[in-house]
Design a protein around this ligand. Structure first.
Ligand SMILES: C[S@@+](CC[C@H](N)C(=O)[O-])C[C@H]1O[C@@H](n2cnc3c(N)ncnc32)[C@H](O)[C@@H]1O
Length: 241
């Protein structure tokens, strides 16, 4: 991602950090009829997690997913988490410290496009509500690299539709997204969400990408959406070959 684009994305999440959970909760409710807590619960409950897992929470944001995992003692190892936006991570750190599980999390400010870990470091890579802000092929490649063989990838995120590939459709959706977030939020958020539209994949596109990237045992589930005109969010799970 060019530096300027990265800066605007980081600016958008820096602005959002103090009030992140409230905003994301009301957006998930508005678009799909999900609460934020319900969404995170869905990801965690549907992800098989073993005590011996070494877990990386990619784009952890304010650390809600990592915190759930640590609090429930879902791994006997440290939970590792990374995010590109320092103020989001700072809130994740506060969350861990305030709940007296400060030692459980290893938080790093880094990009998921180039993760600072060796091959085969983690047995589970988990990622919530973030792949649409990334170059998805790079994220999948990096996740595959840092996973052990038979390691699992578990994602929950916005889903798209194959109809979005009709020329002009994505462009129109980008304009609508830009205007919506400009009115309700600010320019950097509007820019971040409208550019994210090009990264959103339909179920079939995720399937093809994961298969050609060396994953097997794919499970991709469309979650419920209260609005017929907004594609369902996706829960995506795969195992590294
Ligand atoms: C909508 S928030 C999701 C946070 C958290 N996973 C959750 O479920 O609440 C998206 C997060 O992705 C992070 N992010 C976006 N692009 C990233 C990248 N390339 N590498 C790491 N983090 C990234 C942002 O900084 C932000 O914290």
């Amino acid at each position: 991602m060019p530096l300027q684009e990265k800066d605007i994305l980081v600016e958008a999440f820096t602005d959002m950090a103090p009030d992140y959970e409230r905003k994301v909760n009301s957006e998930l409710n508005l678009f799909w009829g999900w609460s934020y807590q319900g969404f995170v619960k869905e990801l965690i409950e549907r992800t098989p997690i073993f005590k011996t897992d070494t877990i990386l929470d990619v784009a952890t944001g304010t650390g809600v997913i990592s915190h759930h995992l640590a609090r429930e003692g879902r791994s006997q190892n440290h939970i590792h988490a990374l995010d590109i936006t320092y103020p989001m991570l700072k809130r994740a750190r506060d969350r861990f410290e305030n709940s007296n599980i400060g030692d459980e999390g290893e938080l790093i400010c880094a990009s998921a496009m180039d993760m600072p870990y060796n091959e085969g470091t983690f047995s589970l890579v988990i990622c919530g509500l973030a792949t649409h802000h990334m170059e998805v092929e790079k994220f999948v490649f990096e996740s595959h690299r840092i996973l052990t063989s038979d390691g699992r990838l578990s994602i929950i995120d916005v889903g798209g539709s194959l109809n979005w590939n009709i020329p002009g459709v994505k462009f129109l959706i980008r304009i609508v997204a830009y205007l919506y977030f400009l009115i309700t939020e600010n320019h950097s958020r509007a820019w971040a969400e409208s550019s994210a539209i090009s990264n959103v994949r339909a179920k079939e596109e995720w399937q093809a990408l994961l298969l050609r990237s060396g994953f097997k045992e794919l499970k991709i589930k469309k979650l419920s959406s209260k609005n017929w005109f907004i594609p369902s969010p996706l829960l995506i799970q795969a195992v590294k070959i």
